[in-house]
Ligand binder design. Structure first.
Ligand code: TPP
Ligand code: MG
Length: 284
């Protein structure tokens, strides 16, 4: 990826973060931290890799995306709106009664959402099943999935990991949003995942460690590499910052008594977030 392409993607990331914070700020509460930490990965995926048709969201043989950490729905909705799956004005209905954009992803409500998620651990299992189905149909689809690091404390994740490797699902590419935080405390305090690279390797996966999970060029390079791997599923570990791009959100995650997980956003914070995101290139 050249520097112009990276600049363009960073600009899209900035817009996606803005749309995400605008939607959450409007409701006054939402999963700020975990939405902002995966923006860059979603943007690189949808703008450079996913073979999809926003005009025909259920097209046969399309690539699939499973947001296993389904509580980060707001970030995915902002990306999907940017791709033209639905009008950006719909984002203002986030998590309102009768909305098509619920806090957690629902494939029966939102155009472009391929799998319902929210009960942590289940999404990656669904992604394994979808990848298996695509292989049986020989439709050429790749399946991408994002799990959380807190989610990785679920036993179901490791059952899925074992089976995907056993079935040699090399068209399955999973990302771990390694933001170091769970619902109300650091991963290291609750139940450490380390050594995480070794664990995924031991489970038979092709593992790619991305030290800066907000670096669009590095994310892109990791996906390109993962696509060339044969006979193994790939795990891309993204070291990220929960709340990336919004200072009060990052700060709320940094003290033991506050949280940026499902956080209240005051009118003043809503305004402040949008102001901060006017800065350069999504790297606030
Ligand atoms: C099976 C299950 N247990 C508990 C929860 C409640 N829960 C929602 S999000 C969350 C923390 C998830 O942490 P992580 O995966 O690291 O998400 P992120 O930091 O990316 O927001 C928890 C415990 C849930 N949704 N599903
Ligand atoms: Mg986390």
């Amino acid at each position: 990826m050249d520097s112009n392409e990276a600049r363009e993607l960073n600009e899209i990331c900035r817009e996606v973060r803005t749309l995400t914070m605008d939607a959450i700020g409007r409701v006054g509460v939402g999963h700020v931290g975990g939405s902002l930490s995966i923006v860059d990965a979603l943007v690189v995926l949808y703008h450079r890799h996913m073979r999809v048709d926003p005009q025909n969201p259920r097209k046969e043989g399309r690539d699939r995306f499973v947001l296993s950490k389904g509580h980060a729905g707001p970030a995915l909705y902002a990306v999907l709106a940017g791709k033209g799956y639905f009008d950006k004005s719909l984002l203002a209905t986030l998590n309102q009664p009768e909305t098509r954009l619920p806090s957690h992803c629902d494939m029966n409500l939102t155009p472009g959402v391929d799998m319902t998620a929210g009960s942590l651990g289940q999404g990656i299992s669904c992604a394994v099943g979808i990848a298996l189905g695509a292989r049986i149909r020989k439709d050429g689809a790749r399946v991408y999935c994002v799990i959380g690091d807190g989610e990785s404390q679920e036993g179901q994740v490791w059952e899925a990991a074992m089976y995907a490797a056993h079935m040699k699902l090399d068209r399955l590419i999973v990302f771990t949003d390694y933001n170091g935080q769970q619902l109300d405390a650091p991963i290291e305090e609750i139940n450490s995942l380390e050594p995480l690279v070794d664990k995924w390797r031991a489970f038979g996966w092709n593992v790619i460690d991305v030290p800066d999970g907000h670096d669009v060029a590095a994310i892109d390079a990791a996906i390109v590499r993962a696509k060339t791997c044969r006979e193994k599923p790939s795990m891309i570990l993204l070291h990220t910052i929960k709340g990336k791009g919004v200072s009060f959100a990052v700060a709320a995650g940094a003290t033991p008594t506050t949280s940026n997980h499902n956080m209240a956003v005051s009118k003043e914070q809503w305004r402040q977030a949008l102001e901060e995101l006017k800065g350069e290139g999504g790297h606030g």
